[in-house]
Design a binder for this molecule. Structure first.
Ligand code: ADP
Ligand code: MG
Length: 674
């Protein structure tokens, strides 16, 4: 058996198991052995039956005395058994596993692991793991037992036996690919050992060391793939060569802005202008918190491009955002003869003549849109677009191996170390400060008891301070696309609030409305025709309404930290003090911590770091939104390993001879992936 083989090569695995395993992203034997336990249960405590004590997690070995089906009071089917060893007898209960009667009989020798519980006044093992113990080795009991991410019809028990089989039959195929010197220097576990011990460790320490080795691999491969991408990119040429006239940009654009740029805006503009003058196309990510002023940074590049007589294309994820960019750009460039054009599904708005800047939604990709000479492409909120849509636009305006400069922007503040890895193929510019004079948003967690008071306060704020309010209705479905359920929830919330705020004007915004309708509602809100705008979470994406100073989020505990932070960023854009009320009925543990973190800081970067601590392994602030799959063994919070492996990856690129086996291994991985 080889790692590259399909799982169907395993005994008793046919198409139905194949389909189930796909739900766990397991296609090949290689995927199977890389299915890492999520935890272990310690069944290594083997005891005599007479020594079983209430609450202990134990393994007992003995002989089945009897086993029979029985019904509980509530009509559930259960299996009652008794097991005896030399020292005593113990009752066993299982639920709904009638098939047990076909494998366990009086006299069968079994090993049973579980927690000793009180069942109707007597000590018993309830739903223990079991295993016949004619076999010498134990797989499910009597040791540290791995528990895996499961899916319907694929239990940990099943996975254990298949993984065991796979490991035993592919040993020869798992080769060490790191040089011995490196393994020693980094105190790594040998790859073969790591695979055996991550699944069947003798103790937690061994398991942890193996996990570290596999994490090392994951980080290393990720670094390598981004470095390769970067190398490939560097082989390209710009489609239009530009001369960047820094002084002109400074005097005619930057100095004429109605505000002074922040230091990080200045630095980012510098970085972009420098790239725009090169022969290799720019491939840069501008990462900046909501409201940090990314648009003007991108616009500086557009101005430099305009001075060269070339076009800029700006793609935004929604029509509302595209419109907003259009307005902002018209405003920023009103003193110059820069022609801006807007292209969305709703139609076209343009100055006369050939446009210098074309703003739009993904309509820009459409084949009827003709560009003349686009030298610079800006993609806003890049995670909202598929990789293909992005590539499509760059390709459309470029030629084979000839690209326009490209700037992508994101408001998800991923910690720097992580961003450098995830986007390792891009150069990174970071806006880590907000423009001066912004007042921090006061964030308050509002419990059920305080709800009435909060509504009273909002009324007062509208009356006395002319505040405008966003209300984000309860989150129903997590998907990007809004279902009818979500619209229903918003409509209900809207009706409910109309009663509470009967003396005020309310608007409703949701994803099932037509684009023109949405635009009208937003523009009416901007014109203060509404005091309160009730919305589904769609407004998360960058709407800029400076007079809106209160953000109310219903069922705040349901949102992720990244999303809450983005929603909050819709207020606090004007002169007046802003507030964010997090309505939360029941929040416990992690969700409570999230809300508290939010009330403590306004910095997206700090929140991203906090999120890393709260959630621990796996999901990090907004990473899921960005469409990156999570690691199996590695953990984003392990920044030290992230750094070490980066250095090693660079070494690998520089010294192919030293890493011959690794290159061979990667070649094999590539085959497996294809
Ligand atoms: P985001 O980074 O969320 O896309 P925008 O580019 O929409 O932010 O900018 C938010 C608002 O801040 C806009 O109204 C913009 O004109 C304004 N702005 C940008 N830079 C500054 C600055 N340095 N000082 C004051 N206001 C600024
Ligand atoms: Mg923006």
């Amino acid at each position: 058996m080889q790692l590259i083989d399909n799982v169907k090569k395993l005994p008793f695995v046919g198409s139905s198991y194949e389909t189930r395993l796909q739900k766990l992203d397991i296609y090949t034997i290689d995927d199977l052995i890389n299915h890492i336990p999520s935890r272990y249960v310690d069944f290594s405590n083997v005891v005599d039956i007479k020594d079983t004590k209430l609450g202990d997690v134990v393994t007992v070995k003995g002989e089945i005395v009897f086993l029979k089906n029985q019904y509980t009071h509530s009509g559930k089917r259960m299996q009652l058994a008794s097991v005896k060893d030399k020292t005593g007898e113990l009752k066993i209960f299982w639920f709904n596993q009638p098939f047990l009667l076909k494998t366990l009989y009086p006299g069968t020798k079994v090993s049973l692991s579980g927690k000793v519980s009180d069942f109707g006044g007597q000590l018993a093992l309830v739903s223990p793991e079991y295993e016949k113990f004619e076999k010498k080795e134990s797989l499910h009991t009597g040791a540290l037992i791995p528990v895996y991410p499961e899916t319907k019809g694929v239990t940990s028990k099943w996975l254990r036996s298949k993984i065991k089989y796979a490991l035993e039959n592919t040993k020869g195929d798992i080769d060490e690919f790191l040089p011995r010197s490196l393994i020693e220097k980094e105190s790594l576990v040998h790859i073969k050992r790591a695979y055996t011990d991550i699944h069947f460790p003798k103790d937690i320490d061994t398991a942890e060391k193996s996990r570290k080795r596999l994490a090392f691999n994951e980080f290393l491969f990720l670094h390598l793939s981004t470095i390769y991408k970067k190398i490939e990119w560097k082989k390209r040429h710009v489609i239009y060569k530009m001369n960047v006239d820094r002084r002109n940009v400074e005097n005619n654009f930057i100095k004429k802005l109605p505000f002074t740029l922040t230091d990080s805006q200045k630095r980012s503009i510098e970085e972009i202008l420098k790239d725009l003058g090169k022969n290799v196309p720019m491939n840069r990510l501008l990462e900046g918190d909501v409201g940090s002023g990314k648009t003007v940074v991108a616009a500086a590049g557009a101005f430099a491009t305009f001075l060269n007589g070339y076009q800029t294309a700006i793609m935004a994820p929604t029509q509302i955002l595209a419109e907003q960019h259009y307005k902002t750009l018209k405003m920023l460039f009103k003193e110059h003869k820069v022609r801006v054009k807007l292209i969305t599904a709703a139609g076209v708005k343009a100055d006369e003549g050939v446009p210098d800047i074309i703003v739009g939604t993904h309509s820009l990709i459409h084949k009827t849109v003709n560009f003349r000479n686009v030298a610079y492409v800006v993609i806003d909120e890049q995670h909202r677009f598929g990789v293909e849509q992005r590539a499509h636009l760059t390709k459309k305006v470029g030629e084979k191996l000839k690209n326009p400069h490209s700037l992508t922007m994101t408001a998800t503040p991923i910690p720097r170390t992580i961003a450098l890895t995830l986007y390792g193929d891009l150069d990174l510019s970071i806006l880590d400060e907000l423009p001066k004079g912004r007042k921090p948003i006061k964030t308050i967690i509002v419990s059920k008891k305080k709800r009435e008071d909060a509504y009273g306060w909002i009324k007062k704020m509208i009356k006395e301070e002319c505040a405008q309010v966003f209300v984000i209705c309860p989150l129903i479905d997590e998907s990007e696309r809004e279902g009818m359920e979500q619209v229903k929830a918003a409509t209900e919330e809207y009706e409910r609030l109309k009663n509470i705020f009967d003396k005020f004007d309310l608007g409703l915004l949701h994803g099932k409305q037509k684009a023109e309708e949405k635009n009208k509602i937003i523009s009416d809100f901007r014109k203060k025709k509404y005091d309160i705008l009730v919305s589904t979470p769609v407004i998360e994406v960058g709407i800029d309404i400076p007079n809106a100073t209160i953000m109310v989020i219903e069922t705040a505990e349901r949102f992720g930290l990244a999303q809450l932070h983005q929603l909050r960023g819709r207020v606090g854009r004007g002169e007046s003090k802003s507030y964010c009320l997090l309505f939360s009925e029941r929040s416990t543990g992690k969700s409570r911590k999230r809300l508290e973190a939010l009330s403590k800081t306004n910095s997206g970067f700090k929140l991203a770091e906090l999120d890393l601590q709260i959630r621990g392994p796996g999901e990090v602030f907004g990473i899921k939104q960005h469409g990156f799959t999570n690691f199996k063994a590695a953990n984003w919070s392990d920044t030290k390993l992230l750094k070490t492996t980066k250095d090693i990856a660079l070494d690998v690129i520089e010294k192919p001879k030293k890493f011959k086996s690794l290159y061979k291994y990667l070649e094999k991985k590539r085959q497996i992936a294809n």
